[in-house]
Ligand binder design. Sequence first.
Ligand code: HEM
Length: 144
Amino acid sequence: TPCDDFKIMQEAWNTMKNEEVEILYTVFKAYPDIQAKFPQFVGKDLETIKGTAEFAVHATRIVSFMTEVISLLGNPDNLPAIMSLLSKLGKDHKGRGITVKQFDEFHEAFHNFLHTHSVWNDNVDAAWHCNEKEIRKVINANLE
Ligand code: HEM
């Protein structure tokens, strides 16, 4: 299955994973309701907060989480670790009042970011979608 092509997914991600600030900026720009859930960013001008240390710190938290999960893919021994990371992410965000709909929005904006990178192609896309589907299932089950 395309899910087994996790290596091409990891290689593609490695070329983008240090664009933390651009990734969070893309998401906030497309969906101000996501920005509004952050006590430290609510009501502030996105262009201004983009350059702050706080913004970089939080962007790096999110993107490092993705890197951690993506790195663990492909080894069945890592499945319990992946499940526990994703369940915790879902539960912690549920506790903050964040919805599946907002994760869908995040997902869509994040994909717009991914697709604008030259490394993206049909093989990366297939591997990404297959793995992501499984990942989202676990997060959603804990958000609901
Ligand atoms: C869907 C919209 C999302 C909203 C509204 C949201 C909101 C938040 C908020 C308010 C915090 C706490 C910030 C703080 O304490 O300074 C947080 C923490 C965090 N978020 Fe999100 N988040 C979203 C999606 C995501 C996604 C997609 C990921 C990763 C794939 C993620 C990863 C994290 C991590 C790793 C933390 C820090 C650990 C924690 O406290 O749970 N978030 N998020």
